[in-house]
Design a protein around this ligand. Structure first.
Ligand SMILES: *Cc1c(COP(=O)(O)O)cnc(C)c1O
Length: 401
């Protein structure tokens, strides 16, 4: 007997079938929406080992987590509603009151803000080491309170490389956990967990999702760190929607192809920038002139589209005039999407503990998927504006007056 003959229309609409026909398989995964999970028995309701509630993620999120776990060579992958919640969630999972974090001075600024704000309130302290410090110098900073070393290599503003295998080995010996923000490598170009790191974090918002329209984060972990993250992500209850998980899975399909284009174009532009008269130096570890080149060559299999340039001395207004009139490079935060972006980064570097000194302003470029010669032409006319503004900064003011 069908339900329809037994109940009213109102009830029938509520109990309408949901089917997933095995003969209607599609290349993409099923987007499984659901808060309530229907269970076969009372015993299953209270079976802690099973998925009994949608917040922990259903088949779409599980598909994504499995793919990310494999990508990062991890024991388990945890997903969060943003890259920043992956960072804060990981720190909450690994730290307790009285602990101390040693963080590389290149960390993403909101990481620094969380350490100085929430974690300080919870009795966790933080100190920063210079990205140029080697494993031995970092070892010398360790106290009995040190619990976590937080790394990011290359830095996403100033591109310093760290010797991750050496630092991870030193930390392991000292019984300290290592965490890395691996967003720059997208989990493809560098595999931190193969080099002894305990947790690899990514803002999936960047390359994995890849189209500047989804927020998501990843913490991929091995061993005891994975156990701590499992408990903490369950306790804190961050959830990712199945629709967003679907978008991240879609991004993974083209991740290698997109990165190959981003990396080749970024290298070409880095080499071109190096010989432009307005440029002092280029920050891209694939260039033999970059101080991090040897480490990059040893540990990484490529570069992404994010590079930097130190310009010859120029005023803030001249740099602003340049980036504001670029035609193909957008002016905005974030990176990893299909589109090119350019921003001056000096204001963000003010947060650093170990002050930096460069001969001129720093420009950060994200090289998108456009034709590289179009991007070079756009940058050339931008650099022309920079030279004009540097040579005659008053011209515009006089014209305006
Ligand atoms: C963007 C970014 C994050 C934060 O990611 P969201 O998804 O924007 O929260 C973390 N680390 C790095 C290096 C980033 O560039």
């Amino acid at each position: 007997m069908t339900l329809s003959s037994m109940v009213h229309e109102q009830t029938r609409l509520i109990h309408g079938d949901s089917r997933c026909d095995a003969l209607q398989r599609t290349p993409g995964p099923v987007i499984q929406r659901g808060s309530t999970v229907l269970l076969p028995s009372c015993e299953a309701l209270y079976d802690g080992g099973k998925v009994t509630y949608g917040r922990v993620g259903l088949s779409t999120q599980r598909t994504l987590r499995d793919a990310l776990r494999d990508l990062e060579h991890a024991d388990e992958a945890f997903i969060y509603p943003s890259g920043l919640t992956a960072i804060t969630g990981t720190l909450l999972a690994l730290l307790s009151a009285g602990d101390e974090v040693l963080a590389c001075d290149t960390v993403y600024n909101p990481t620094r803000r969380f350490l100085a704000g929430t974690l300080a309130r919870y009795g966790v302290t933080a100190r920063y080491f210079d990205p140029a410090d080697d494993a031995e110098s970092i070892r010398a900073m360790i106290t009995p309170k040190t619990r976590v070393i937080f790394l990011e290599s290359p830095g996403s503003l100033s591109f310093e490389m760290q010797d991750i295998p050496a630092i991870a080995a030193m930390a392991k010996q000292a019984g300290i956990m290592t965490v890395i923000d691996n967003t720059w490598s997208a989990g493809v170009l560098f595999k931190p967990l193969d080099h002894g790191v305990d947790v690899s974090i990514q803002s999936l918002t960047k390359y994995v999702c890849g189209h500047s329209d989804v927020f998501m984060g990843l913490a991929a972990a091995k061993g005891h760190a994975a156990v701590l993250l499992a408990a903490s992500s369950y306790e804190t209850g961050w959830a990712v929607s199945p629709d967003d998980a679907y978008m991240a899975i879609r991004g993974l399909r083209t991740l290698h192809s997109r990165l190959a284009h981003h990396g080749a174009a970024a290298l070409k532009i880095a080499e071109w920038l190096e010989v432009q008269p307005e440029v002092q130096s280029v920050m891209c570890p694939a260039l033999p002139s970059d101080p991090g080149h040897a480490i990059w060559k040893r540990d990484f299999t490529g570069i992404c589209g994010l590079i930097g340039a130190v310009l010859k001395p120029a005023s803030e207004t001249a740099v602003a005039a340049m980036v504001e009139q670029l035609k193909l490079f957008g002016l905005g935060f974030s990176w990893g999407g299909y589109e090119s972006l350019a921003i001056p980064v000096d204001p963000q570097l003010k947060a650093r503990t170990h002050k930096l000194s460069y001969p001129g302003p720093l420009l950060r470029l994200h090289i998108g998927l456009e034709r590289v010669d179009d991007l070079i032409a756009d940058l050339r006319q931008g650099l022309d504006t920079l030279s004009q503004e540097t040579a005659a900064p008053q011209r515009k003011l006089r014209a305006a007056g």
